[in-house]
Design a protein. Structure first.
Length: 444
């Protein structure tokens, strides 16, 4: 309903404030969960000081982002849009602090209730605004207002649970919290730039035409799938931490399977995008978004690199190499930014996706190199052979595309699976064990 140009501009505004959001978070979410979990009696003091710190930093950062938008945007409509999203930064930062506090108090069900109410409210009200003829700025105001309402409701929920949590701050405690959160802030800032920087850079290189909307849609597909797959690593981290301490070899197996699964995942997604992208995009969004078809294989291929990055980052931290996480994220951000300016003028939106893929691969490979010092990695079976299988599957899909979408999809999947079996990227006994496990679960 917005159209490609306004859709791209809207996502540019979202990327604008999400890039700066880690600076307001300051690693406080991690600090709350860790310290309240270890010492519950510290909760009142910790809640009071982190609230004061989050509010102050978020307010100052909001002012800074509005000023920066004023300096960068000569278009008054875009300046107004970025100012609205800068306000969203303040409200969202506070709402996320309340969420982190509920989680640290082991009241995560409150987070589920709040998210269910306010995310659905934003969708419903946004659709109603569009149906009534409102446009881009109204949707942005709706976004900021919903986060503000969520913060207000969260405040009263927390106050009812713990009483008043506003007290006079102690400077020494504020300094301690800043020192603890600084490494997480730096790492998150570089990581956030990798995910959000594409639209910001593209807008200032190429403008706010339809191409920005096409790139935004391709990135949206990448981000949705990446967030889903990335949670696998977070879910496995507690078990992996114990495995590393025991030295039982299960963490070695986890890394090997992450590498192998990443290639298979990226191969299947790329085959699906290449074979079914055109009818799917045209059917769902209309012919106006047909240029996105050529972008989807690229944006879905790099899900592999994000999957590796997110699944392995926690393990690097468990080994005590958090400094390497920061270095890897910084190096990846540099590779992404430098290659963006080289590739986009020549290749357009595809160049932006390739630059992002290069940055993500840099971060992921830096994690792999660190973990290779602690774990046995079978590079041939779990990295090179799966990569060959993914390439063979895509080659089969491309070769058969002239016969139709379904033959191309089927041929690509068969080509990937057949090459994986032929070259030993997957062994028959592994498939038998997997099918046996699935069968036993279904019987249970």
């Amino acid at each position: 309903m917005l159209g490609a140009q306004n859709y791209g501009t809207y996502n540019y505004g979202l990327s604008w404030y999400l890039t700066f959001l880690p600076l307001s978070v300051l690693g406080i979410d991690w600090i709350l969960s860790k310290e309240i979990g270890i010492n519950p009696s510290s909760a009142p003091k910790l809640i009071a000081h982190t609230f004061i710190l989050r509010t102050t930093v978020a307010f100052l950062l909001t002012l800074c982002t509005i000023f920066l938008a004023y300096r960068l945007e000569t278009n008054p409509d875009l300046f107004l849009l970025l100012s609205i999203f800068s306000l969203a930064l303040f409200f969202r930062s506070l709402a996320l602090w309340f969420q982190s506090t509920f989680v640290a108090r082991e009241e995560a069900s409150r987070v589920l209730v709040l998210e269910a109410i306010f995310r659905l409210a934003e969708i419903f009200i946004g659709i109603m605004l569009l149906l009534q003829g409102f446009g881009l700025l109204a949707i942005a105001v709706n976004h900021a207002a919903i986060w503000a309402l969520q913060g207000v409701f969260s405040y009263f929920m927390l106050r009812r649970a713990v009483g008043s949590f506003i007290r006079r701050p102690e400077l020494s405690e504020i300094v301690r919290l800043l020192r603890l959160g600084l490494p997480f802030t730096v790492a998150a800032l570089f990581g956030g730039w990798l995910l959000q920087g594409s639209l910001i850079l593209y807008r200032h290189l190429e403008g706010t035409g339809n191409q920005l909307g096409h790139l935004a849609l391709a990135l949206q597909a990448f981000i949705i799938l990446s967030m889903i797959t990335g949670e696998l690593g977070n879910a496995a981290l507690p078990v992996l931490s114990r495995s590393i301490n025991r030295g039982d070899g299960k963490s070695d197996l986890y890394i090997q399977e992450v590498l192998r699964l990443g290639w298979f995942l990226g191969g299947l997604l790329t085959i699906g995008a290449f074979s079914l992208g055109e009818p799917l995009i045209t059917w769902v969004l209309g012919a106006g978004y047909s240029p996105v078809v050529k972008l989807l294989p690229w944006s879905l291929l790099i899900v592999t690199f994000y999957f590796w990055m997110s699944a392995l980052q926690g393990m690097v931290g468990v080994h005590g190499h958090f400094g390497r996480v920061i270095f890897g994220n910084a190096l990846g951000a540099f590779v992404f930014t430098a290659s963006f300016f080289l590739l986009v003028p020549k290749f357009g939106e595809i160049g932006a996706l390739v630059a992002l893929g290069g940055g993500l691969f840099t971060v992921a490979f830096s994690h792999i190199l660190v973990l290779g010092r602690h774990h046995a990695l079978a590079w041939g079976q779990h990295f090179l052979r799966p990569a060959l299988a993914a390439a063979a599957g895509f080659g089969s899909c491309w070769w058969l595309l002239s016969l139709g979408n379904i033959p191309a999809l089927f041929g690509g999947v068969v080509g990937l699976a057949g090459t994986a079996l032929l070259f030993g990227a997957v062994r028959l006994n592994e498939l038998r064990r997997a099918f046996s496990a699935v069968r036993s679960l279904s019987l249970d």
